[in-house]
Ligand binder design. Structure first.
Ligand code: UT7
Length: 333
């Protein structure tokens, strides 16, 4: 027989050790959005719950915003950048096909030799990253993993398209996931429905841009289709996440769903029969829909506002283009 391999040795459990967010300074009101589309502040508030969103500066990149959020999360975890063994950036708006945003973030952070890669799972990207980081820490391939959700959606949104112009915003949120004595991240319930591949998509491929002289490809969304899917299909996913975590809605200290639309959040709260005492993330009001960044940004805000305490249990659920989804229960840092 040939030589035996040494099996990887991971930690018994993993948990979130720190969280950090970055919100660009420019506040964009509904009134400003309505300068380019036939809409109104009232309609946008009523149909989406959004009052304002942030836009990054023209020269501010996904890498810059990721770096700011990751730096805060690493500091809160009490770590030095060189102790980070892997960096995952969940994003769909890093404008280079290759290399990844994560490799630049690792270098600029000083996370020397960290494994680094991007994940394309749209608004579910952060929860996909948490699932992978949890398995990496427990599987022994990394000790401390930084998971970043970051989007500069203003670069990929047509500001004259009334079906999308009001909904998206820019920002970044990050967590550090590392070893723990107790379970701090449940099994993830995740999946995809590629039959709805065209429900949210870039209008054209880069090949179309090259060969067919099409305009810069912004995002297009079949809003009602995605809305119905989110309302009817995502609550059962959230319920399954509670089941596999071995807890009930009553045990939760916070519900932090992807901030897609306030009406989707409200519908989920109702379907889940979430007890009144569980605080719900409603960061969309001032942040808009920031795709992969929305959950960690909302998490940071709830902790900072004292709506939930460190150590509390939060149900996370992300869902979006693909269509793809992921949900898990985490102990908050
Ligand atoms: O984050 C990734 C996942 N994304 C989501 O989960 C987003 C899911 N979808 C949504 O949040 C909603 O579909 C939107 C907020 C995008 C749109 O809200 P809606 O209630 O689904 O609007 P709708 O497309 O059904 O349009 C309702 C009406 C239509 O008029 P009629 O046909 O009833 O006369 C539209 O023409 O509102 C009209 N409309 C607008 N009116 C003012 C559509 N866009 C606008 C607008 N301003 N911007």
């Amino acid at each position: 027989m040939s030589a035996a391999l040494t099996a990887p040795q991971g930690a018994a459990h993993a948990r979130i050790l720190g969280v950090g967010g970055y919100r660009p300074s420019r506040v964009v009101t509904n009134a400003e959005i309505c300068e380019r589309i036939d809409s109104s502040d009232e309609w946008i508030r009523e149909r989406s719950g959004i009052e304002s969103r942030r836009w990054a500066a023209p020269d501010e990149t996904v890498i810059d915003m990721s770096l700011a959020a990751a730096g805060k999360a690493i500091a809160q975890a009490g770590l030095q950048p060189e102790q980070v063994s892997a960096i995952i950036v969940a994003t769909v708006t890093h404008p280079l096909q290759t290399p990844s945003a994560a490799a630049a973030v690792a270098h600029r952070l000083g996370a020397t030799d960290a494994a680094a890669f991007d994940v394309s799972a749209a608004c579910a990207g952060f929860c996909y990253g948490v699932a992978m980081a949890n398995d990496m820490v427990r599987g022994g391939s990394a000790e401390h993993v930084v998971v970043i959700g970051c989007e500069k959606l203003s670069d990929f949104t047509d500001s004259y398209d009334r079906t999308t112009a009001f909904i998206f915003g820019d920002g970044a949120g990050a967590v550090v996931i590392g070893p723990s004595d107790e379970p701090g991240i449940s099994a993830t319930v995740w999946g995809s429905d590629g039959s709805q591949y065209d429900a949210i998509t870039q209008r054209a491929s880069w090949i179309d841009v090259r060969d067919h002289n099409v305009e810069f490809p912004t995002l297009t969304m079949q809003g009602q289709k995605v809305f119905r899917w989110a309302v009817w299909q995502m609550a059962p996913v959230a319920k399954r996440a509670l089941e596999v975590a071995g807890i009930t809605a009553d045990d939760l200290d916070a519900f932090i769903p992807h901030q897609a639309n306030m009406r989707i959040v409200d519908a989920m709260v109702k379907t889940l029969k979430l007890p009144e005492h569980v605080p719900v993330a409603r960061d969309i009001r001032e942040t808009g829909n920031t795709s992969a960044a929305s959950i960690p940004l909302a998490m940071e805000r709830m902790l900072e506002a004292g709506e939930v305490k460190s150590g509390g249990l939060a149900l996370l659920i992300g869902f979006g283009a693909g269509l793809v989804y992921a949900a898990q229960v985490v102990r908050l840092p």
